[in-house]
Design a protein around this ligand. Sequence first.
Ligand SMILES: [Zn+2]
Ligand SMILES: [Zn+2]
Ligand SMILES: [Zn+2]
Length: 138
Amino acid sequence: MDIETKFTALLRDRNLKATPKRLELLSVVANYNSAIPYSEIQNKLHHFDRVTLYRTLNAMLDGGIIHKASVSSDEVYYAMCREYCTSECHNHKHVHFKCLQCLEVSCVDVTNPIQIQIPNVVIKQVEIEVSGVCEKCI
Ligand SMILES: [Zn+2]
Ligand SMILES: [Zn+2]
Ligand SMILES: [Zn+2]
């Protein structure tokens, strides 16, 4: 199955129209080898105007298809979600890791499940940011 067919199916599954712009944005995010910085999306999709890019990104965030992966930085990073995100809920069981040397941000699975409890509140989302030195930079 080619990537376009795959994304068309994914968008339909979330009741979103598979417009050429959405497919283009998704292939840019998916083809980047780590979480992609917003400025890089802008570079690659310079033919999108600001509003179109903003709307397309938001539709993908709301649809549970991509998520923000910022790690204490001025720039927002985006990454593809896995199958278990839905339009109601992003359900990530991974952390965002930033390499302090190459500045790459990536989604990494943790070996022990993250469990946090706070008295008298209902936790909907937990964001954990981790930084260090990546495999390539050690
Ligand atoms: Zn997600
Ligand atoms: Zn690195
Ligand atoms: Zn992630």
